[in-house]
Design a protein around this ligand. Structure first.
Ligand SMILES: CC(C)(COP(=O)(O)OP(=O)(O)OC[C@H]1O[C@@H](n2cnc3c(N)ncnc32)[C@H](O)[C@@H]1OP(=O)(O)O)[C@@H](O)C(=O)NCCC(=O)NCCS
Length: 301
């Protein structure tokens, strides 16, 4: 049975996401906050698939948050491995696609694991990998990363505990649109960001770092963490264009990962566009190992 998700499902939804996509670090409270903080204009629907009273699949479908492209929507579905091959994922996807079509979307995108069976399944539903964009998910044990590179004397590192949210928002707004993603990117409004990012109970402020050049914020890295399972996810790292190539991304990430290790994190995940050469260079240097590849698939509606 496919139905709308409700608050009582959040424990099972979180467990399911943790099993299928362990890098999507989210506690139950984090998942609840993600649902509640979603801007109305995204018209997001969360769906679940239930078999004999057990929640075995989950999907979300709504307008894309981070691109100004008109009519862009995101659709995602996941099914527990032991329940695959029974049409549950297809039923979720069909429902999700119908929803985004109904709210006026003209393009739907999703991210499929780079596995032949999954890509064939997406193709059967009209989703093609034609754009050729992929995201690499990778993981490192933060206790084993290299020591910090020398930090220029005029640069000072502070954690998110010591900065105003506006500082982080402005860094994200200035650097986020430079992420190679296959679609144009644009910042979401500050009020929405406050709810979704700053208000996320899983935001690990002590393990998120801003680099200040004098008093000017110039680079940052943002970590979400589930300390109960020792996992973290670097949601974003950015350096202002004026300060790129100076080692600042390395410096803020090393600091954040050392802080994460001290807090008990043993698996620090991140995801990068496969063409993001500078970020991949930083992460390779840190010792990240590939954990999964996700291919962007898209269809017209
Ligand atoms: C990715 C980003 C954070 C890097 O910031 P930075 O402060 O310039 O990074 P660093 O100076 O610490 O390191 C950059 C590394 O990339 C390497 N590099 C730069 N351009 C490169 C290229 N085209 N190909 C390969 N390597 C490249 C540099 O040589 C350096 O590696 P090295 O120190 O081993 O020589 C910055 O480019 C940025 O803000 N981009 C937009 C936002 C983004 O894409 N964030 C990542 C989202 S997942």
């Amino acid at each position: 049975m496919i139905r709308e998700a409700r608050d009582a499902d959040l424990v099972e939804i979180t467990a399911l996401r943790n099993e299928v996509m362990p890098y999507l670090v989210s506690s139950v409270e984090g998942t609840r906050a993600a649902v509640n903080a979603m801007p109305e204009w995204a018209k997001l629907r969360w769906l679940v698939a239930e078999v004999d009273g057990r929640l075995v699949g989950w999907a979300r479908a709504g307008l894309s948050l981070f691109t100004p492209e008109p009519g862009a929507a995101d659709v995602g579905a996941a099914v527990l491995p032991e329940y695959r091959g029974r049409g549950i994922g297809s039923a979720l996807l069909v429902e999700g696609v119908a929803h985004v079509k109904q709210i006026g979307a003209v393009t739907a995108r999703g991210r499929a694991f780079d596995e032949p069976g999954i890509l064939r399944w997406a193709e059967r539903h009209g989703f093609a990998a034609g754009a050729g964009h992929a995201a690499q998910i990778s993981v490192v044990d933060p206790r084993a990363i290299p020591g910090a590179p020398a930090c220029p004397g005029h640069i000072r590192l502070v954690s998110f505990d010591e900065v105003d949210p506006r500082v982080v928002y402005d860094l994200e707004a200035a650097t986020g649109p430079d992420i190679p993603a296959g679609v144009p990117l644009a910042p979401i409004p500050y009020e929405d960001w406050l709810g979704m990012t700053w208000g996320n109970p899983d935001l690990f402020r002590g393990g998120s770092v801003v680099a200040l050049d004098g008093d000017v914020p110039v680079a940052y890295t943002l970590t979400v963490a589930d300390l109960s399972t020792g996992r973290s996810w670097t949601n974003m790292t950015g350096t202002l264009r004026s300060h790129r190539g100076l080692g600042l991304a390395k410096i803020v990430k090393v600091e954040a990962l050392h802080r994460s290790a001290r807090a008990g994190i043993t698996r620090a995940y991140t995801g990068n566009d496969a063409t993001n050469a500078p970020m991949l260079a930083v992460n390779d240097w840190l010792g990240y190992q590939r954990a999964a590849t996700q291919v962007t698939v898209a269809r017209k509606l």
